[in-house]
Design a protein around this ligand. Structure first.
Ligand SMILES: [Zn+2]
Length: 251
């Protein structure tokens, strides 16, 4: 049984038997894996502190021939989302992990997706505002999957969209002239400015990028439409994030 060591993001875990856990994790080099962490629910296991969703760490595991489940030997956490400390941040962490889990097929290497997740959790732990990171993460995840419509030009006439756009269906951003009946979901100039900035920067840079709460809501709505139409379902964690966001904004 060869031992592999890899950089990985923990996505989720569930209980197995009396003391073990199944761990779903995304490796940088071999895509998503699923493995047994023996004794993970005992105190002082080689996994303690390393199994929160979106923990970035060094993972060692044994591949077993003709078996889908690998056997984890240890998880050494390098960056934990718990460092962010806020309830909102932790609720989003579950959301980020669920999105990656839904979108990463088993054992299909996707280094860009790994790097996106790792950079976002590092920025979160370093105190970058979670709403900015959430909209950034959705934007890039959808871009990497090839489902984000082009943002710099109207999908119908090619005109400029920096003054605002509308998401028509789930396939195109159009200018106001091309969506006269206002059927699409609106994205204001502020929302478009955020996307244009997000397109060219690493997530740490979001500290200095303004995201008005109206623009945040517009982007969240548009992104949920794109996500649910492509996954053909709504994610469980979205509801958790929503209920918390409502509580904290008071509306
Ligand atoms: Zn147009």
């Amino acid at each position: 049984m060869p031992l592999h060591a890899a950089d990985a993001l923990i996505l989720r875990t569930y209980k197995l038997g009396e003391a073990d856990r199944i761990v779903v994790f995304l490796t940088a080099d071999r895509g998503k894996r699923r493995g047994v962490a023996k004794g993970a629910r005992r105190p002082r296991s080689p996994f303690s502190g390393g199994l929160e969703p979106m923990t970035r760490g060094r993972v060692a595991y044994f591949e077993r021939e003709r078996r889908e489940l690998v056997r984890l030997r240890y998880v050494e956490p390098l960056c934990s989302p718990l460092a962010a400390g806020s309830v909102e941040a932790l609720a989003h962490v579950g959301y980020f992990a669920e999105l990656i889990d839904e979108w990463a097929p088993e054992a299909d290497p996707n280094e860009k997706l790994f790097r996106l997740g790792a950079a976002v959790v590092e920025s979160l732990a370093a105190g970058v505002q979670v709403e900015r990171l959430a909209r950034y993460f959705e934007f890039w995840l959808l871009r990497l999957q090839g489902v984000y419509p082009p943002i710099s030009a109207c999908g119908r006439c090619g005109g400029d969209l920096s003054g605002g756009a509308r998401l028509v269906g789930t396939g195109a951003l159009a200018c106001a002239r091309c969506d006269p009946a206002h059927e699409g979901g609106a994205l204001s100039a502020a929302a478009m400015a955020f996307l244009l900035a997000a397109r060219t920067m690493a997530p740490e840079g979001l500290r200095d990028v303004e995201l008005l709460s109206t623009a945040d809501r517009e982007l969240a709505r548009a992104h949920q439409r794109l996500i649910s139409s492509h996954l053909e379902k709504e994610l469980k964690s979205v509801r958790v994030v929503r209920s918390l966001t409502r509580d904290s904004s008071g509306d």
